[in-house]
Design a protein around this ligand. Structure first.
Ligand SMILES: [Fe+2]
Length: 300
């Protein structure tokens, strides 16, 4: 779905109500003036269109709690969760079972969330699911003094950046997104017995390398995770070589931007047109994020 916005030369909405302010020419925009207490269908259309246009939007300076975050997610679509099992079971929110806490904070010797404090490689959320999420909504409750920034890459631009021979080469090719190992190469719960030596044998769904965004109609490079990726029908060595080349173009610095978090920020990104990553941060500093994801559709 789409709606026509009245924009000036800078891309700022000129009529009343919410406004969108691009952060870079490539990716990211702030949305100001959204009345979260009285959201209208027009506001939701505006919000969705801003995410489509800028791939990532930031809500800064608003007062957002779990209720508001979930409400906004549900206005956009059905909330969903990860299909992979975690190291341990958490009971974060009885009210919202779809809410995930991403944190390194320890209470009574136990971490209260997932993903700790290390660097997280470029990835797209839950690409290893048959039906990956459309949007992710991530909100900062505590941020470290240094590090922990989140980078975003525009995958429309990544596709446009490919040399013509490479663009031609991947036409029609499909990528297996293994689900047995995380982006750092560690086996997930239940897959400890699986060796990743032969990536062609790892379990996971197969999605097209170039996907068409169901709402924008635009084509984007869809890489998921580098670790364990395998391009169907190729020798593993050939697949590795081609993936290395695609990942080079998929993460060109000129197509990326890094968000420096402030407490209260909520980032909403489109997993169909972006990848993201996280810088590491000092283990002794606290970082706490709440994330929900909105159900998408099978990539085509
Ligand atoms: Fe992620």
């Amino acid at each position: 779905m789409s709606t026509t916005l009245e924009l000036d030369d800078q891309g700022t909405r000129t009529t009343g109500g919410p406004q969108v302010h691009p952060i870079t020419d490539t990716i990211g925009a702030d949305i100001t003036g959204l009345d979260l207490e009285n959201l209208t269908p027009r506001d939701i259309r505006f919000f969705r269109q801003a995410v489509l246009d800028h791939c990532v939007v930031r809500l800064r300076g608003y007062s957002i709690d779990d209720d508001k975050q979930v409400e906004l997610g549900r206005y956009i679509g059905a909330l969903t969760g990860s299909s992979v099992r975690r190291d341990k079971e958490f009971d974060w929110s009885k009210k919202y079972p779809e809410l995930v806490v991403i944190s390194n904070i320890k209470e009574n010797g136990e971490t209260i969330g997932v993903l700790e404090n290390g660097e997280l490689n470029w990835h797209t959320d839950l690409a290893f699911d048959e039906v990956p999420p459309s949007l992710s909504l991530l909100r900062a409750l505590e941020v470290p003094e240094s590090g922990g920034n989140t980078g975003f890459a525009n995958m429309y631009k990544a596709l446009e950046s490919l040399p013509p021979r490479l663009r031609q080469r991947i036409t029609g090719l499909r990528l297996k997104h293994q689900r047995s190992h995380d982006a750092q190469g560690r086996p997930r719960v239940g897959f400890e017995h699986l060796s990743a030596d032969d990536v062609s044998a790892l379990p996971g769904p197969v999605h097209p390398l170039v996907r068409t965004h169901p709402d924008s109609g635009r084509e984007a490079l869809y890489l998921g995770r580098r670790f364990g990726g395998y391009i169907m029908g190729l020798d593993v060595a050939e697949s590795e070589e081609l993936l290395d080349e695609l990942w080079h173009y998929g993460t060109l610095p000129e197509n990326t931007w890094h968000q420096e978090w402030q407490v209260g920020d909520m980032m909403v990104w489109d997993n169909r047109s972006t990848m993201h990553r996280r810088d590491n941060f000092p283990a002794e500093q606290r970082r706490r994020m709440h994330r929900i994801v909105v159900l998408g559709s099978k990539p085509y």
